[in-house]
Design a protein around this ligand. Structure first.
Ligand SMILES: [Zn+2]
Length: 158
């Protein structure tokens, strides 16, 4: 008889954990009132979720992300930026943390990720523009593409 847990390598366990946090980030993205794209992010350090975020307008602004033409308003904060700035208001530090985000980060968020000391970024959906990921890799931040299995798939083990 094989015990599936014991036969798992540390890499398998990490991948499973990555997928679980990404699923949580996906659920968190449902908080977003943006209509064009809903993005969720979590910051995890030492197996603790120290922050979370979703894309939306700054505090005090009306909860509408798009203008009358359906374009995203320039002051909308991305999920990563909201998660990182939430850490800044807490007693936690994002240094050495892992960021989980449903869509790969853009250039602006990647700059914040580097400056926040985040060492690892795990994302489920690859955005069509890759310049943010390229910047992260140049800065030595580990990037991991972990597509989520089809939610209808019952053999995923999740
Ligand atoms: Zn961004």
């Amino acid at each position: 008889m094989t015990n599936p847990d014991r036969s798992m390598t540390p890499d398998d366990k990490l991948h499973l954990l990555d997928l679980r946090y990404l699923r949580m980030a996906t659920i968190w993205s449902e908080n977003s009132y943006c209509r064009r794209r809903k993005v969720g992010a979590l910051i995890v350090k030492d197996k603790m979720i120290i922050s979370d975020g979703y894309n939306g307008t700054p505090a005090g602004f009306e909860n509408v992300c798009e203008d009358e033409h359906g374009d995203t308003r320039p002051y909308v904060l991305h999920a990563e930026a909201n998660a990182i700035t939430k850490v800044a208001r807490s007693n936690n530090s994002s240094s050495g943390a892992t960021l989980y985000v449903t869509t790969s980060p853009c250039m602006e968020c990647s700059k914040l990720i580097i400056q926040a000391g985040i060492r690892r970024v795990v994302y489920s959906e690859l955005y069509r523009i890759h310049d943010g990921l390229d910047l992260l890799e140049r800065a030595g931040v580990e990037t991991v593409h972990a597509p989520l299995p089809d939610p209808g798939c019952e053999t995923s083990g999740l």
